[in-house]
Ligand binder design. Structure first.
Ligand code: AMP
Length: 285
């Protein structure tokens, strides 16, 4: 069976899956709410990642609604840079999410291993993220929790956004605090109304972190990070390997006024992206 038709077998939202449909392989990782295993669907032999979440944990942390929302949003999103959620099932104690397998693991690992990424890698990932976010925004989904830990890589080095736990499907402006501090836009820190432009800000933070190894507003305490974000206290370390064009893109994304931030369409036309990003979104490590 070809990979595409194997995927179609697993990509069946109507089917009532159970653990008997899968052979379980090695553990891939451990998250806050459960473990992830390599697994293979018995009939098609299609390889997936199976995320196991204990119902007890869901009750303890009261994340029932969040998980439901994550699952509903992620099953509807079909984009090469968004991790597929093929389906889910449960038994008396556990919930199982059938996920696309990302062979390359976390982008965070690559970043920490190398200290920082080169301009070609960084631009390729920013372009992939921009395209995935344009797709999400077109479907009225704001991610709001994009950070290197939520970005996985497939076997060809292609970026996949995972974890839609904090995303919201909305066409109106939102006003709830969420997300991870370092990646929060000023309007979220200040608990003001926010919209799609929060994701554009996060692209600026990530672009900086990819190139320099640390997020731009990092500080000793949460309070100081808050202050730095609100002031847009941005400075570029003196390093020979980051070009002026890259800094220009970052500066145009980290604008306090959300309406002044570079649009997703303009990011794709930015000279640094045009010059450095791989059109197929593939990166060598
Ligand atoms: P999570 O619970 O989603 O934070 O996942 C815990 C860890 O498992 C992650 O940090 C990844 O290293 C790994 N992992 C999660 N999902 C996948 C996947 N679809 N493919 C490969 N590894 C994964």
């Amino acid at each position: 069976m070809e990979s595409g038709s194997k995927e179609a077998e697993v990509n069946n939202l109507e089917k009532q899956w159970s653990l008997d449909d899968f052979e379980i392989g090695k553990p891939l990782g451990k998250g806050k709410f459960g473990r992830v295993y390599l697994a293979r669907e018995v009939k098609s032999k299609y390889v997936v990642a199976l995320k196991v979440i204990f119902k007890e944990q869901i009750e303890k942390y009261r994340i029932h609604h969040q998980l439901r929302r994550e699952m509903e949003i992620q099953t509807k999103l079909h984009h090469p840079n968004i991790l597929r959620l093929y389906g889910w099932f449960h038994d008396s104690e556990r919930i199982f999410l059938i996920l696309e397998y990302a062979h390359g693991g976390e982008l965070y690992g690559l970043l920490k291993k190398n200290g920082h990424l080169n301009e070609k890698q960084a631009a390729t990932y920013i372009a992939s993220l921009t395209q995935a976010l344009a797709y999400c925004h077109g479907k009225c989904v704001i991610h709001r929790d994009i950070k290197p830990e939520n970005l996985l890589l497939d076997h060809e080095g292609r970026l996949k956004i995972a974890d839609f736990g904090w995303s919201v499907q909305s066409s109106s402006k939102r006003k709830t605090m969420c997300g991870t501090l370092d990646y929060l836009a000023p309007e979220m820190v200040e608990n003001r109304d926010h919209d799609y432009a929060v994701d554009n800000w996060t692209l600026g933070v990530l672009c900086y972190e990819f190139l320099y190894g640390n997020p731009p507003f990092e500080a000793e305490s949460q309070k100081d990070t808050f202050k730095r974000i609100v002031r847009v206290d941005l400075s570029f370390p003196l390093t020979p390997y980051v070009s002026a064009e890259a800094k220009n893109l970052i500066s145009q994304l980290l604008m306090k006024d959300p309406s002044k931030r570079l649009s997703l369409q303009k990011i794709m036309q930015h000279p640094w992206i045009v010059k450095n990003a791989d059109p197929k979104g593939m990166c060598s490590k």
